[in-house]
Design a protein. Structure first.
Length: 365
């Protein structure tokens, strides 16, 4: 079977090298252009924070680039497929290969092999680099590009219900002897839904009976009076586990950690559809690179000297972009329970694999 798909080692290496170089070139071009556009819209917000300098712009770029690579690597494989096959067609190399007895699958086999390597590298890159960048960038953005927290156990922007009342905080830290909240506000509501008290504190420490707000400022709305006790315990039902679960970001967690988060959600009786859909998409997403040579192959197997080449290239590109649109839509449906998470992650992949194979087989008839 291997000899059938790779009849010539020289040809296999030639096509794989050509394809790989084009993937790299397209990816670098896309990331550079998109990063510059991103900086144009974000640099003003970053530099507006007192103390931020050009170094923070470089930090932002270093955190953003891995996310751009993750998102646009499959697009790069698609465009590289189109460019490679159109180039081979224009040089009559596809005609020569088919005249020597090679099938469309044999011509594409080196490209698919290279795409498999790219998919494997993409999965490892996403798990090792992208998750860390996403976690750090999310915290930094939520802090409005201020000082980054120094511990990985820190999460930002807490908003939780405590029965009829609401607890908000700027950040949560579980790295010390006791979990702490910073820049805390607690709103007490009346049975009719009106705010009766607003309690503010710079720090709240988790104790046995709830969150102990240190030196709080208590505003009673009805009388407009202000009190400042040394300590006040609030939100006994808001646990550290609830806070940690409320801040789970599937893009910022590697596969093994996301699996633990899904188990914790289920144990807490919470809806885990979004986490499960993203769990499966962490596998199907990188594998989409393997689809791109198959979908883009429409560009390579027409009459090279006819006016149909451009049309075929556009059809191949349209098929690839249609996959990305449907994949994103299916993932969104899976996130809120419209589809089962496994189906949301894998259905577009197998659907377009079937479409691509059908088109490829038809070209060999």
């Amino acid at each position: 079977m291997t000899l059938d798909f790779f009849p010539s080692r020289t040809l296999t290496l030639y096509l794989a090298k050509m394809f790989s170089l084009r993937i790299l070139a397209v990816l670098v071009m896309l990331v550079l252009v998109l990063m510059m556009l991103d900086l144009l819209s974000t640099s003003g917000e970053i530099l507006a924070v007192p103390g931020n300098t050009e170094a923070e712009l470089w930090l932002y770029a270093s955190l953003r680039v891995p996310l751009l690579i993750q998102r646009f690597l499959p697009y790069s494989v698609l465009l590289a497929t189109i460019i490679t096959l159109v180039t081979l067609n224009q040089n009559s190399e596809v005609i020569a290969m088919k005249a020597s007895g090679l099938s469309a699958h044999q011509v594409l086999a080196p490209l698919i092999m290279a795409a498999l390597v790219v998919a494997g590298a993409s999965f490892a890159f996403n798990e090792r680099v992208v998750t860390r960048s996403a976690a750090e960038l999310n915290v930094w953005e939520k802090s409005e590009f201020g000082a980054l927290p120094q511990t990985p156990e820190t999460s930002s922007v807490i908003y939780l219900d405590d029965g009829p009342n609401i607890l908000t905080a700027r950040s949560y830290d579980s790295s010390g002897p006791a979990p702490t909240l910073r820049e805390v506000t607690y709103y007490r509501f009346s049975p009719s839904g009106e705010i009766t008290e607003q309690i503010d504190a710079d720090l709240a420490i988790r104790g046995e009976s709830g969150w102990s707000m240190q030196n709080p400022r208590v505003l009673t709305v009805g009388t407009a009076s202000v009190a400042q006790p040394l300590e006040l315990v609030v939100a006994p039902d808001v646990t550290p586990q609830q806070i940690e679960l409320s801040s789970v970001d599937p893009t910022a967690q590697p596969l093994w950690q996301l699996d633990d988060s899904i188990a914790a959600y289920r144990a807490a009786g919470r809806d885990s559809d979004e986490l499960e859909a993203n769990y499966w998409h962490k596998i199907s997403g990188p594998l989409s690179a393997v689809l791109m040579p198959i979908l883009g192959a429409v560009a390579g197997f027409g009459l090279a000297r006819s006016g149909q080449l451009f049309v075929r290239a556009m059809i191949g590109m349209a098929l690839g972009f249609a996959y990305f649109v449907i994949d994103n839509a299916a993932l969104a449906m899976g996130n809120f329970g419209g589809y089962p998470p496994f189906l949301a992650a894998w259905a577009p992949f197998f659907l377009f694999l079937l479409i691509g194979e059908t088109v490829l087989v038809r070209t060999e008839e």
